[in-house]
Design a binder for this molecule. Structure first.
Ligand code: AMP
Length: 197
């Protein structure tokens, strides 16, 4: 099963991806996590991506596609995966289709988590607060300025990706405002429905 978790920052993509990864025994592939690890390691990818991540802008398609291509080749991703935060542009979606096509695979389902903007702002602020209260590292982009940029980027560059997958007949929408476990349950039942493969 090849799943994409789609939605704006703070919609719960990471949380739901982790739950589904455990349930289905397939990995969560988060480009945000891959890029943050590259920044922490000081690699060439990290150096090239840091300024964009901090400001809330998108990292270049070539860099992100290179990261995903490498990750999809790893052994744990051969029986399925959950993409979290990728693709974020139509160009990335087109390239992903090509990559999967080369290995005889395709996207089974794109789950769009629908959450209004006021709630997104609240959730991201709460995440930063919680991280600092527990002594964990606060994400460099979990601040009001970067969040504004991340939301603007979502609307201009990433929203069209939903239409791309709607046309392909694999997009399902889920109300992301409910309890975490209720959202997971709905996703699981949608994934079990015949139309979503
Ligand atoms: P995330 O953890 O998914 O919220 O991603 C954090 C940041 O990493 C984003 O705001 C972007 O700067 C960068 N990023 C993550 N995934 C992508 C992607 N698919 N395309 C471009 N930039 C990305």
């Amino acid at each position: 099963m090849q799943i994409i978790m789609f939605g704006p920052p703070g919609a719960g993509k990471g949380t739901q991806s982790q739950k589904l990864a455990k349930l289905y025994g397939i990995p969560q592939l988060s480009t945000g996590d891959i890029l943050r690890a590259a920044v922490a390691a000081g690699s060439a990818v990290g150096l090239a991506a840091k300024a964009q991540i901090d400001s809330g802008a998108l990292v270049g398609d070539d860099i992100v596609i290179g990261c995903i291509r490498d990750r999809l080749n790893e052994s744990d991703a051969q029986d399925g995966f959950i993409l979290d935060g990728f693709p974020r542009t139509v160009a990335q979606a087109v390239e992903l289709d090509a990559l999967l096509g080369q290995i005889g695979k395709s996207i089974s389902c794109v789950v769009e988590l629908v959450v209004n903007e006021a709630e997104l702002m609240k959730r991201v602020a709460a995440r930063a607060q919680q991280a600092s209260a527990t002594g964990a590292q606060v994400r460099s982009d979990d601040n009001p300025e970067s969040l504004k940029m991340r939301l603007a980027t979502y609307h201009s560059a990433t929203r069209p990706v939903a239409a791309f997958y709607e046309k392909a007949g694999v997009l399902v929408k889920v109300d992301g405002l409910r309890d975490i476990s209720e959202v997971t349950e709905e996703i699981v039942s949608l994934l079990a429905a015949p139309a979503s493969g």
